[in-house]
Design a protein around this ligand. Structure first.
Ligand SMILES: [Fe+2]
Length: 273
């Protein structure tokens, strides 16, 4: 451990030692996050990156050897703070929401690690320590890859409502959101149908109820497309929505059964089973 840093080389070694602490902290954090994660795919991603992290620890140790120095560590308060933040949020959050907390913590950590390696690589290269630069660059590439995978999974989970259920399916909130979206689309179709009142079959009306007159649509009020369905009152898109939307939404008779079917299909897609 250095007292004062009196040369660029000492600053570099200090940062290299901090990277070693960073990776050791990250390895511990990944284990904790895996424990807290709910979805198997989240656990697997964290496990895979933990394996990469073990290699990254060895890489830093090799860099010290290449520089002819003893392996030394330096403090890394950032990773400790990130781990503490994730831990605090995990304690506060319901278990069903843990994956979003876990992935947020992982993403923040990956970005910090990338910055640490970017800095180390540029200084290693500048001082002519090419082998060290190449080794650290390989770790940087792994961190970028891990960050992308974490982000992609976080996005997928966010789009399906975040929360898990005890059965591992879509949460009630996600179902309500999806149902509201479908009901809104139904409202849009109905609104278009309402606007053409007097015509036997507009494009949208035909989609909603084959052969129905526009004014024959139940539970529909005027141009705002307000409709009541399985989820209660949902305000639909305004009546200016084009018939294309209405046609898409109304490709089948959108009664309660159809709504349930849509939800089931979405659940099937989100679980990938
Ligand atoms: Fe990492």
């Amino acid at each position: 451990m250095f007292g004062r840093l009196n040369s660029p080389e000492e600053v570099f070694s200090y940062d290299l030692g901090a990277a070693l602490t960073m990776e050791r902290d990250t390895l511990a954090m990944l284990g904790r996050l895996e424990e807290a994660a709910q979805r198997p795919e989240v656990k697997q991603l964290l496990r895979e990156h933990a394996a990469e992290t073990r290699v990254q620890i060895e890489v830093v140790e090799q860099c010290f050897a290449l520089l002819g120095q003893e392996v030394d560590d330096s403090p890394c308060p950032v990773t400790k703070a990130l781990a503490a933040e994730a831990e605090t949020k995990l304690k506060k959050a319901d278990d069903s929401l843990a994956d979003a907390v876990v992935l947020a913590g992982a993403l923040q950590t990956e970005h910090h690690e990338q910055a640490v390696y970017e800095n180390l690589v540029l200084h290693a290269r500048a001082r002519g320590a090419e082998q060290v630069a190449v080794l650290l660059e390989s770790s940087l590439a792994q961190e970028r890859g891990a960050g992308e995978r974490v982000k992609a999974l976080a996005e997928r989970i966010a789009r399906t409502g975040v929360a898990t259920t005890p059965e591992g399916g879509m949460s009630t909130g996600a179902k309500a959101g999806l149902a509201a979206g479908v009901a809104a689309a139904v409202g849009a179709a109905a609104a278009v149908a309402s606007k053409v009142g007097g015509h036997e079959e507009s494009t949208a009306a035909h989609g909603v109820r084959t052969g129905a007159t526009a004014t024959d649509l139940p539970s529909t009020t005027g141009a705002t497309g307000t409709t009541t369905g399985a989820t209660g009152t949902t305000t639909g898109t305004t009546g200016t929505t084009t018939g294309t939307t209405g046609t898409t939404a109304g490709a089948e008779e959108l009664n309660d059964d159809a709504l349930e079917e849509r939800i089931a299909e979405s659940e099937h897609r989100s679980t990938g089973s």
